[in-house]
Ligand binder design. Structure first.
Ligand code: PRP
Length: 206
């Protein structure tokens, strides 16, 4: 997306284990970090901008600007559990998740008493082994849930990748960041137009 928007960096395509790539001519430097660390680098100003999932932004609530929905990495945060699960409001609900903050906010709004069981992965195991009643996790295709005998019960929030910016960088590199944001936004709109056109053609052909 950045390449198509005029911010390419040819060396990023090299097969190696480098983490930093620079295109001096274009004035850009990229670095790879773990998805959950992107917001940390941006919040602390080690990066001016970054691409982070809305799940990470909601969970960690970093102090930064969210500039653009890049409309990729689309999925949703959902409550899931065994199909036989019936909620008993009289009992504290046991919720396993990698996203305790999102889960806490969601159930607090419903004044529902919960116990959070914080896990780091393979969340789907928790209800299967009796560790929790339900899970709060990312659902994209639903395959992982289905293959583990679980099903989505409630959608909490749609998720996608967002362009984020450091607050100080946004002030002092405003022209550059706004220009980049505008280019990416136009690129996203073009992709959407193309996608809508293809869908219409496909529908008409059926
Ligand atoms: C997420 C999530 C589910 C899976 C859902 O895991 O935790 O396990 O994707 O995708 P699906 O609905 O298409 O099956 P992810 O791949 O992000 O790995 P992680 O748990 O290691 O972060």
């Amino acid at each position: 997306m950045f390449e198509a928007s005029g911010y390419g960096c040819p060396s990023i395509h090299d097969q190696n284990r480098k983490l930093i790539f620079e295109n001096e001519e274009a004035g850009v430097r990229y670095f790879w970090v773990k998805p959950s660390d992107v917001a940390i680098y941006v919040e602390h100003g080690a990066a001016d901008i970054g691409v982070a999932g809305k799940d990470i932004l909601l969970e960690y609530e970093p102090d930064l600007y969210e500039l653009l929905d890049l409309a990729v990495g689309k999925c949703r945060m959902a409550v899931a559990g065994p199909s036989v699960f019936r909620d008993d409001p009289g009992k504290t609900l046991r919720v396993a998740t990698k996203f305790p903050n999102i889960a806490r906010h969601y159930y607090a709004k419903q004044s529902r008493a919960i116990d959070i069981i914080k896990l780091n992965g393979s969340i789907e195991l928790a209800p299967l082994l009796g560790l929790s009643d339900v899970i709060v996790d990312i659902v994209e295709t639903g395959t992982t849930l289905k293959e583990n005998g679980l099903e989505p019960l409630e959608t909490i929030v749609p998720i996608s990748a967002r362009l984020i910016a450091n607050k100080v960088s946004f002030k002092f590199k405003n022209t550059e960041i706004k220009a980049l944001c505008q280019s990416l936004s136009e690129y996203c709109q073009e992709v959407k137009r193309q996608h809508d056109k293809d869908s219409t053609l496909r529908r008409n052909a059926e």
